[in-house]
Unconditional design. Sequence first.
Length: 252
Amino acid sequence: MSGYWYRFRDPIALVAGLVVPFLAALALMPFRTDLSATNAALILVVAVVAVAALGSRPAGAIAALSAAAWFDFFLTRPYQRFAISDRADIETAVLLLCVGLIVSQLAVRARRLQAVVVTDAAHLSSLRGTARLAEDGGSPEDVVEYVRRELVGLLGLRGCRFEYGTLMGNLPRLEHGGGLWLRRGSRITEYADWPDGATELRVTGGGHYYGRFLLDPLPGRPLPSEEARLVAVALAAQAGSALDSAGLSHQG
């Protein structure tokens, strides 16, 4: 369900930007003779904020324009026409548009800041969990398994497995700097999206190579944020430290 929402959120928000203010203005029609233009405009601003909080900046802007248009059409004289005869109503409509645009942008910004805070907290929790497992005497296999599970959620993978020791095939690699590269001789290919097939994330500790996580992404998904990729690299490094501390055999 989260993948579906991720893919269709913006188109749905754009449609909501057109429809939600229309429905709100339509619902206010029976009360337009008793409701002041200012109060009606404030109610429509709430509809704009609701759209912007769930969608994007374009959706918020469309919602503000839609609210101003339907305020004119349904709630000011002459009714059911895109015309306003009263100067005060014209001023209210203009203010509704301006306030709707400003508040919608603030709502989008607040939602994104909240998402950043939540994401940062989740990343920190993953790193702390790995460190705590190692400090509590968990086996290196337990640490590797914990990191494997965290990588699935962190990077939005379909699956992930750890391969000890051997290096088979020439796979795209998630590097320490967060970039995704494929090296074939002197030729280097950089990816902006997940490549087809598996991607490797190598695990080293104490300067020794111990294995790699083989990442299996969901088809059609873009690369996660650079921050998420850097956290994935840090988790792999913690797994490497746990393997090195246990004195397991390595590949040089």
